[in-house]
Write a protein that binds this ligand. Structure first.
Ligand code: AMP
Length: 202
């Protein structure tokens, strides 16, 4: 799932015992602690609240291990506002690289790189600083809690390109498989961008 052509992994190695155990523990924690909220933030949306899983010691540790063990070839993590900050920071620390906060629109002082895009439940804007930080040439792992339509991951990738960096992988806790995010990542970012999800809702 996350194997590179050279045999390395840009996110947790699914064939590795440590990763497998961590995935199993993380899935158990998700089953135990996830809060599902119908009709939030809009009618018809089933909101998957994973923050109680992150607040669980075992849940948080196993998620971070599942996303990072055996990973190489990443030199920057981009965490998506806001739950992606929590996971992304820990993932970056584990990988020994820096973390870039990809902010919702209007939070950062100018100048910024910005992208508008459609979300499962509305429209959104993401921004990163366009000054004071040089990420050109970096190989970026995008980290978020949930992958739905894939619009956020694609927008984050567009932002990285605007800043001269390239996304090599997308790592999430949960993939909402019916919403086509995986397919969109392949179509819009290319098959060489690896998607790693600890669990899906199939
Ligand atoms: P998307 O761009 O459609 O892949 O949506 C992913 C982003 O929106 C992530 O930052 C998620 O936190 C959030 N999101 C979208 N749908 C849901 C959902 N059903 N439950 C929780 N978060 C969601």
């Amino acid at each position: 799932m996350s194997e590179r052509a050279d045999g390395g992994h840009v996110s947790g190695d699914p064939d590795d015992d440590v990763t497998r155990r961590a995935v199993r523990r993380a899935r158990q924690a998700i089953t135990e602690h996830e809060r599902t909220v119908p009709d939030f933030p809009k009618p018809g949306i089933l909101f998957r609240d994973l923050t109680p899983v992150l607040a669980d010691t075992e849940g948080f540790a196993s998620i971070v291990t599942a996303l990072t063990h055996g990973c190489s070839g990443v030199d920057l993590v981009a965490g998506i506002d806001a739950r992606g900050f929590l996971v992304g920071g820990a993932v970056a620390q584990e990988l020994g690289v820096g973390i870039l906060a990809v902010r919702k629109g209007g939070k950062l002082p100018p100048p910024v790189h910005g992208v508008d895009y459609d979300l499962e439940y509305g429209t959104e804007r993401l921004e990163i600083p366009a000054s004071g930080i040089d990420i050109s040439g970096r190989r970026v792992l995008v980290v978020d809690d949930v992958l739905a339509t894939g619009g956020t991951a694609v927008a984050a990738s567009t932002l990285m390109s605007l800043a001269g960096a390239s996304v090599v992988g997308v790592a999430v806790i949960m993939e909402l498989a019916d919403l086509g995010g995986r397919e969109r990542i392949v179509t819009e970012l290319g098959p060489e961008v690896h998607l790693h999800a600890i669990t899906d809702d199939r």
